[in-house]
Design a protein around this ligand. Structure first.
Ligand code: UD1
Ligand code: MG
Length: 455
């Protein structure tokens, strides 16, 4: 049976106090609305319509890659009016599910039974029982135990306000019936809005059964109205991810200090220390150790890689058993083969380094192809930029580069060459020999240090 999804996202989001539309604020590195769209897709719908408001052009632009239908609601006249905007665009076949662009953590598994109930020609609403129901619409149940009405906080009497079962807003209904109920809505209420929730009473009046599903966890149904709620949901979301990772065999030093803004896949027996941040798509092998305060973005790390504290790895591939940091920066387009060591205060950019090579201290390696078994001494710099263009440094296998060497690219160093400390390499270095550039050392006889003048 056909499934149409409508996502309401026309609200202004004033309480965010932001120039960015509310549904574009990120949660786990992804716009709130993108998360809801992704959840909708898990239900395999035939169409997804997003209702956007007057400032919504930015939302459309930001999410232009999403294959959804965009429907403008020029004036925000209420949730019922918002859903009605989509009705001319969908046919009477099948059922319609209503989602909210600012309720990002709803799970497809929670929505599935709501959709299932609606397929039985009933109106199905997702409810929750809260300790503090204030602000929400209250579920009024009839003598048969089924919902007969939803009363908004602002329209509720004292007794109704004591009801702790609330309307989450999520509901599904046969599209043909929904169309009829929406066409009869009025705005004769405390807020002067066309309430979607009034369709419950309309269904009851027509003898259409109304059923409910109770949401398993309150976080799923929480909306984002301000940045405090956004931060709360962010933590909840991160906690979910941390738990899933731990259950898959990864040890986290502290699940409360761990963030994934994207996808993280990790092999068993990996260990992640406090304050690690993963962005984009990151894959860790098994037995990987990530030290505290590391940022790892769009990277693949082989088995047994060790990343020591305060290192940043961006868009790189690291082979098995590499050791990085502490305080190392691996920049985009870097490929390290197995067992490479990159030590403290070393920056590597757009370079390929073959197995077992070591750059252990205070170096910059950029636009470089380096062979295997190479040792780069402390303070070595590839001078890859002439002010206009970038040039390549090629280093063979088993090369030894003494400390404080500058390799002025383009330049090639042959296999097994040795370069003396302090050398400025401006021409190709032959294989197997010692190459160095060095001023003669001199000593000034009889020189004395200046003395401090006494008054
Ligand atoms: C609504 C429900 C309430 C429920 C609560 C759950 C109604 C009348 N009330 O109340 O029963 O407990 O959600 O959070 O439905 N929107 C539009 N266009 C509009 C108005 C709203 O797109 O004209 C969107 C908003 O962007 C938001 C959602 O609909 O995503 C809900 O609107 P909101 O104003 O927050 O409704 P509530 O008063 O909270
Ligand atoms: Mg609301």
């Amino acid at each position: 049976m056909k499934l149409s999804v409508i996502i309401l996202a026309a609200g202004q989001g004033t309480r965010m106090r932001s120039s960015l539309p509310k549904v574009l604020h990120p949660l786990g590195g992804k716009a709130l609305l993108s998360r809801v769209i992704a959840t909708a897709r898990q239900l395999d719908p035939d169409s997804i319509h997003v209702v956007y408001g007057h400032a919504g052009e930015r939302v459309r632009e930001a999410l232009a890659g999403e294959s959804v239908e965009w429907v403008e609601q020029r004036e925000q006249l209420g949730t019922g009016h918002a859903v009605e905007q989509v009705m001319p665009l969908i046919d009477d076949q099948g059922i319609t599910l209503v989602l909210y662009g600012d309720v990002p953590l709803i799970c497809a598994s929670t929505l599935a039974p709501v959709v299932e109930q609606a397929r039985q020609q009933v109106l199905s609403v997702l409810t929750a029982v809260l300790d503090d129901p204030s602000g929400y619409g209250r579920i009024i149940r009839g003598a048969n135990g089924r919902p007969v009405d939803i009363v908004e906080q602002k329209d509720a009497g004292e007794e109704q306000l004591r009801i702790r079962e609330i309307n989450t807003g999520f509901l599904a209904a046969p599209t043909a019936l929904l169309r009829g109920w929406l066409s009869k809505l009025d705005n004769d209420n405390a807020q002067g809005e066309y309430y979607l929730t009034d369709i419950i009473a309309a269904a009851v009046a027509e003898g259409v059964p109304v059923e409910s599903v109770t949401a398993p966890c309150s976080g799923e149904i929480q909306g984002v109205n301000d940045r405090v709620q956004l931060a709360q949901l962010e933590r909840l979301f991160q906690h979910r991810q941390a738990e899933a990772l731990m259950r898959s065999g990864v040890t986290l030093a502290d699940p409360a200090r761990f963030d994934v803004r994207g996808e993280l896949v990790a092999g068993v027996d990996s260990f992640i220390d406090a304050n690690a941040l993963f962005e984009g798509s990151v894959t860790l092998g098994s037995g990987v150790r990530i030290g505290p305060n590391c940022v790892i973005r769009n990277a693949t790390l082989g088995d047994d890689v060790e990343v020591l504290a305060n290192s940043v790895i961006d868009s790189a591939r690291l082979g098995k058993g590499c050791r990085i940091g502490p305080f190392a920066r691996i920049r985009p387009e870097t490929e390290l083969d197995d067992g490479v060591h990159i030590g403290n205060f070393v920056e590597v950019k757009k370079s390929r380094i073959a197995a077992g090579s070591k750059v252990n201290h205070l170096s910059y390696i950029g636009d470089t192809h380096m062979g295997s078994g190479v040792n780069i001494g402390a303070g070595t710099i590839t001078c890859n930029y002439d002010g206009a263009n970038k040039h390549l440094t090629q280093i063979g296998n088993d090369v030894f580069v003494g400390s404080d060497t500058q390799l002025v690219a383009p330049v090639t160093v042959g296999d097994a060459a040795t370069i003396g400390a302090g050398t400025t390499v401006t021409r190709d270095v032959p294989p197997g020999q010692l190459t160095l550039s060095r001023c003669a050392q001199k000593t000034v006889e009889g020189w004395t240090r200046p003395q401090k003048k006494r008054p």
